[in-house]
Ligand binder design. Structure first.
Ligand SMILES: Nc1nc2c(c(=O)[nH]1)N[C@@H](CN(C=O)c1ccc(C(=O)N[C@@H](CCC(=O)O)C(=O)O)cc1)CN2
Length: 381
């Protein structure tokens, strides 16, 4: 296996620029990134600069691929072009497809439960304010519930609602036996204390897994959380379903948000990976990522992770969903991940696309958590 240091970066002092807030889910919640040139150049630059020797490597997915090894000897140009012509690309981890499989599995279980004990799982969603993206996610969650036979309840509260009003709605759902899962769509308007609100959800119905008791249990050896946050759970589920071995591997999580980065790191550790967390204060993050067998990136910086940051054969889970200007797109923008996909696909052994990677898994995991909750509450195996 080629040393990852064979692909170096031009900057020796690079630093992450993303904003790491306790609540943000990376770029889902960030404004547009303006990227004049969206093509990633670092890879091409280094490829030519180092005239790397190329050889075939069989990665975890038995995909023949090209691995770059550092050499000062210039290979014959015909060799280079022949090798480039056969350049293999990473396996694409299809989150949309896996999410559909999970939704089908949940639908079958929901119908079995209804038939056996007459109970229909119920999910309550609280939306405060009128953020368009949040309204879309809530609508998608409602539709996903309908599709699998979960009953959905919702409370839509105005932007200027008080914390007490939000908590009153949570209490109503806490006491409603038809509701097995409760989630408060994030982010909340800035005048509302998110911690107070999340603390008010009873842990038995905390299908988002954001209650401090659930996170605390996730962090402790020998303790089990009642629920695991949906996006990080979706990342691990993708790794499992694609047969990626986690045990004993080096994993790097980029970002330390409460919603994704921090729980993703805890989950990887529970799976016996050796985990590093790279964040906005990390100096030279690429020194960590280049050692990683698995990278989960959740920072919200379009194309921040270059090909040169990636160890050949690594598995990349890209949680970032970043809108970048694109005049050719009808919406005027398109979505890209934190990882420079065009570069990474040539170096990694497997990678999630954006869109269609981790995003759809978030809602599939929510449905699965809601079903688990209803089963637990009604002691249905
Ligand atoms: N209470 C919560 N709030 C938020 C969560 C959460 O898990 N719980 N996560 C995000 C938003 N989110 C769900 O709420 C979410 C984000 C993105 C997707 C998704 O499927 N994305 C698509 C692209 C969609 C598009 O085209 O715009 C994809 O990646 O393919 C689903 C759910 C913040 N808030």
């Amino acid at each position: 296996m080629a040393a990852s240091s064979s692909i170096t970066t031009s900057s020796t002092t690079s630093k992450l620029l993303f904003t790491s807030s306790s609540t943000s889910t990376a770029a889902r919640l960030l404004p547009f990134t303006t990227t004049s040139s969206f093509k990633c150049r670092a890879f091409h630059f280094h490829r030519h600069r180092f005239n790397p020797l190329l050889h075939v490597h069989v990665g975890p997915f038995k995909n023949p691929r090209i691995v770059f090894t550092h050499s000062t000897n210039r290979p014959p140009s015909s060799f280079v072009s022949a090798a480039l012509a056969t350049e293999a690309s990473a396996k694409v981890i299809d989150g949309k497809k896996v999410a559909k499989e999970i939704r089908d599995e949940v639908a079958a279980e929901v119908s079995k439960m209804k038939e056996a004990i007459g109970v229909v799982p119920g999910l309550a969603v609280i939306l405060v304010g009128d953020r368009k993206d949040s309204a879309t996610y809530v609508r998608n969650k409602k539709k996903a519930c309908e599709d699998v036979g979960i009953k959905s309840f919702d409370a839509r509260l105005p932007e200027d609602s008080t914390e007490e009003e939000v908590i009153k709605h949570i209490s109503g759902f806490n006491n409603d036996p038809a509701v097995h899962g409760i989630l408060v769509q994030l982010p909340l308007p800035s005048h509302i204390n998110e911690q107070n609100v999340l603390n008010a959800v009873c842990i038995e119905k905390d299908v988002d897994g954001f209650h401090p008791l659930n996170i605390g249990r996730l962090a402790m050896r020998g303790r089990e959380p009642l629920f695991v946050p949906c996006t990080p759970k979706g990342c691990i589920e993708l790794l499992h379903r694609y047969g990626v071995v986690i045990k004993g591997k080096r994993a790097v999580v980029i970002g330390r948000s409460n919603i994704v980065g921090m729980p993703a790191a805890l989950l990887l550790q529970r799976e016996d990976a050796t985990v590093s967390v790279v964040h906005s204060r990390t100096k030279n993050p690429e020194e960590f990522t280049r050692e990683a067998d698995i990278i989960i990136s959740a920072v919200g910086q379009a194309n921040m992770v270059k090909g040169s940051w990636i160890k050949p054969g690594a598995v990349i889970i890209d949680v970032g969903i970043n809108p970048v200007e694109d005049s050719k797109s009808p919406r005027g923008y398109r979505l890209v991940g934190d990882v420079c996909y065009d570069e990474a696909i040539k170096i990694a052994s497997a990678i999630t696309p954006v869109p269609g990677g981790v995003g759809p898994m978030t809602i599939a995991m929510l449905l699965s958590n809601t079903l688990t909750s209803a089963k637990r509450i009604h002691n249905f195996k």
